[in-house]
Write a protein that binds this ligand. Structure first.
Ligand code: GAP
Length: 455
């Protein structure tokens, strides 16, 4: 066996094609030509996505004693977004090409010209269209929030926004959660949910979308302890990605420069992954100070403070915010697990997914469709279904079926053959090593549990 890729840089196109072919990700409303920046997760994609979210929730809510969960609504009172600063500042500079009518982010073009990226040129200091060289319009600020109307009348008073981040639902519920749970500082809230941004240039498959999912924590701490907690979270979040099996050489933490910080942040670190388009953000971990709680106190008239029994004072906690994208984590996991090998002269593609993330944990494969194999194979399938997400596959040769399962990252296959009829034993075949071992059906669940610990 010779190993080739996994280390070689993989093209985005390879994953886009695998994702469509095997049912991970489809273009949204593809039969109508799609809609830019929107994607649908197919039967295997939804499993992988749920597994990522489950792993995150387990690490930050279930296994910690200082974080509680929340599921806030997507549409909120529009004043939330005035208080948060999104109505005034959540905007990108946009330019259009006068010739080909393509649209770009002005700051993106400036960066690309400075970096000498192919096609991005400035003549006499004037940046031109990277597609056709045409003249660009002056930059106009473009707010990224999607608007809609609540109720039957479409006017200014009924305007609402699809949330561009889940965070504000947690700040708006600060007092409710504190009262309901009687938490002491430091404590946090965690939330997973959809967010929407009318990105000027969505792209790189599911990396930059207009509809995406976030996994966010707002961790409230005493002012003065914020920098220490910030370091704690940077380390904890980096370790979480490593624990999912992301290779260390493809992961880095970068501290943002002052001019890169969002309007609310005192300091921010990014966890970045080495995608084919270069190092790109998976997660931002920001020190938001007391900005949000103070702003919501000011705009709502409700005191969002914490009574500190030690000092007998009401204080406004500082916030450390680890904010991750589910879709970006999904993409990184796919890239990192993708391998190509040559086995007995043939290419084998496999996803070396961590068992906890694999969409299907066990595939049940009768050696053939011979009628005598169907009852024992179905019985094995019934035995396993309550324990794991499984798949039954009896079409084409056994070799082909192993390859199909490898390509979607299934850690274990169970094969039922003619000997099973005599000895009530089956074969477990492991994805990565391709090792095969024969076990009695009566001990199959235990034998698989050993290979799928904590799954
Ligand atoms: N509450 C802070 C916040 O929303 P952000 O850096 O704008 O910060 C956090 O977003 C994370 O959400 C990013 O690190 C990224 O993983 C994900 N994200 C942001 N915009 C996205 C987009 N257009 N498509 C996919 N994921 C996105």
């Amino acid at each position: 066996m010779s190993e080739k890729a996994g280390d070689a840089r993989l093209e985005m196109e390879t994953l886009v094609s695998l994702s469509k072919r095997r049912g991970f990700v489809f273009q949204s409303s593809e039969i109508y030509g799609g809609l830019g920046g929107f994607w649908d997760y197919g039967p295997l994609g939804v499993e992988l996505k749920n597994n990522i979210k489950r792993a995150w929730w387990k690490a930050v809510v279930q296994e910690r004693d200082d974080i509680v969960g929340l599921d806030a609504s997507i549409l909120m009172n529009p004043r939330v977004w005035v208080a948060s600063g999104h109505v005034d500042t959540f905007a990108d500079p946009m330019v259009d090409c006068r010739e080909c009518k393509k649209r770009f982010r002005a700051d993106d073009l400036q960066g690309r010209v400075a970096a000498g990226v192919h096609g991005h040129v400035a003549e006499g200091g004037v940046i031109r269209c990277p597609e056709c060289g045409g003249e660009l319009t002056e930059p106009r600020m473009f707010n990224l929030m999607f608007k809609t109307f609540v109720g039957p009348v479409e006017d200014q008073a009924s305007t609402a926004y699809l949330r561009p981040e889940t965070a504000q639902g947690m700040f708006a519920n600060f007092d409710n959660v504190l009262t309901a749970t009687r938490r002491k500082l430091p404590f946090g809230m965690a939330q997973i949910g959809k967010a929407f941004r009318n990105e000027i240039t969505p792209g790189n498959f599911i990396f930059r979308d207009r509809e995406f999912e976030q996994m966010e924590i707002e961790y409230f701490v005493k002012p003065g302890t914020d920098e220490e907690w910030h370091q704690h979270w940077v380390e904890a979040r980096r370790n979480w990605y490593l624990g999912l099996g992301i290779r260390e050489e493809n992961l880095r933490v970068r501290r943002l420069d002052k001019d890169e910080l969002a309007h609310y942040a005192k300091d921010t670190y990014e966890v970045e992954y080495l995608f084919p388009m270069g190092w790109s953000e998976l997660e931002g971990i920001a020190n938001r100070t007391d900005f949000d709680l103070r702003r919501h106190t000011e705009f709502s008239g409700r005191q969002l403070t914490y009574y500190d029994e030690g000092s007998g004072e009401h204080i406004v906690p500082y916030v450390i915010e680890p904010s991750a994208g589910v879709d970006r984590c999904f993409l990184a996991v796919l890239f990192d697990s993708y391998h190509e090998e040559t086995v007995r002269g043939e290419k084998r593609v496999l996803l070396r997914l961590h068992p906890s993330l694999a969409p299907v944990k066990v595939a049940v494969l009768p050696l053939s469709r011979h009628e005598s194999l169907v009852p024992p194979a179905r019985k094995v399938w019934e035995l396993l279904r309550p324990h794991w997400m499984t798949q039954y596959d009896d079409s084409q040769s056994i070799g082909r079926r192993y390859r199909r399962q490898d390509e979607v990252g299934t850690p274990c296959c169970v094969t039922i053959d003619f000997d099973t009829l005599e000895d009530q034993a089956v074969t477990i075949r492991e994805r990565d090593s391709m090792d095969q071992v024969r076990v009695p059906t009566a001990g199959l669940v235990e034998a698989l549990r050993e290979r799928l610990p904590n799954v």
